[in-house]
Every structure is written in structure tokens, then in C-alpha cells.
Write a new protein. Structure first.
Length: 168
């Protein structure tokens, strides 16, 4: 399934491919609440900022291309949340269903644990596709709640599903 796909720390050289992957989801779906996709330069800055904060920003690469990416960011800015992060995982739309998302999420969880994080929260837009929820369940996340009608995109109101997992 994911034969030939490796997981590595993202670099600024990956930013164009990351921007391309994300741009597809911004334009075609409600899985992200962004209305405009960040540029490759903005993603290069984000890669650096996440990594300088000591958190993982990873890519899944085959010999030919970046097939997906994932990262962890602080869940909230207040000091009491300093051991909790939120994960984000995006797979190139034509490479979904091959196990790459699971490998990325497992690597993110392992890397987050190494740097002392204790909880990981997933905030998943409920667009009717169960893939993200199933991915998180398979990686040990449990349902923690639902926020109803908190996002409006592509002419419809969307809920978010909250999930979380403990790392220690």
C-alpha cells in the first residue's frame, strides 16, 4: 500500500507541494475552514515556526513526490494547555486510501510524545466523509464532542467533531 513512501521532517523545499495539496481541499471541500489557501512561502514559514516550537511537521514522500503531510500545533495559547497539541493531516487527493495518512498520524503521535506532549486533539469538519474520523479511531483517538454549525463553507453549515488521544 505505502510501499516506497517514507516519512520525514518537512523542509522549505516541500512547501510548494504542501501548498498544492492543501489548495485542493480549500477549493473543493469543507474539510478545512480556510477560504484562501496559503502560498508556498507561507507554508515554508509555517514549517519553520512549527519546528522551531519543537513540534513535528512531517511529509510522506515517494521517489516522485510529496504524497501527504501532517503537523502538530499548540491546541491553545494559554500556559495550562502547553502539553496538548492539535494534529492536522492532509493526503494528496489522488493518493488517498493507501495507508499514508495512518503512517503520518502514527509518526506525528510518536514525535509529539518524544517532545513531551501528553494529549492530542483532532478537530474534524463533518462533511459526511468518515475517512478522517476512521483514521483517528484507528490511531487510538476517542470521540470527545461535537460543535454544531460552527463553520460555514460552500453554502452550508458544518459541524466539527472533536476527538482526542492520550500519549502517556
Amino acid at each position: 500500500m505505502t510501499s516506497g513512501v517514507g516519512i520525514a521532517a518537512a523542509t522549505p523545499a516541500d512547501a510548494e507541494a504542501i501548498a498544492r495539496i492543501y489548495r485542493y481541499y480549500v477549493r473543493t471541500s469543507g474539510v478545512t475552514f480556510d477560504d484562501a489557501a496559503p502560498s508556498a512561502g507561507e507554508f515554508a514559514h509555517k514549517i519553520g515556526a512549527v519546528q522551531r516550537a519543537g513540534l513535528p511537521f512531517l511529509v510522506a514522500k515517494s521517489a516522485a513526490r510529496v504524497e501527504g503531510y501532517g503537523y502538530c500545533t499548540p491546541y491553545r495559547a494559554r500556559p495550562a494547555y502547553r502539553f496538548t497539541v492539535e494534529d492536522s493531516v492532509y493526503i494528496d487527493h489522488d493518493r488517498r486510501g493507501r495507508g499514508t495518512g495512518r503512517r503520518l498520524l502514527e509518526a506525528l503521535l510518536a514525535d509529539a510524545a518524544v517532545v513531551g506532549m501528553r494529549q492530542v486533539v483532532a478537530v474534524i469538519a463533518d462533511v459526511g466523509d468518515p475517512a478522517s474520523v476512521l483514521l483517528h479511531e484507528r490511531c487510538g483517538f476517542v470521540h470527545a464532542g461535537r460543535l454544531r454549525n460552527v463553520g460555514f463553507k460552500h453554502d452550508r453549515w458544518l459541524d466539527t467533531i472533536l476527538m482526542q488521544t492520550a500519549l502517556s
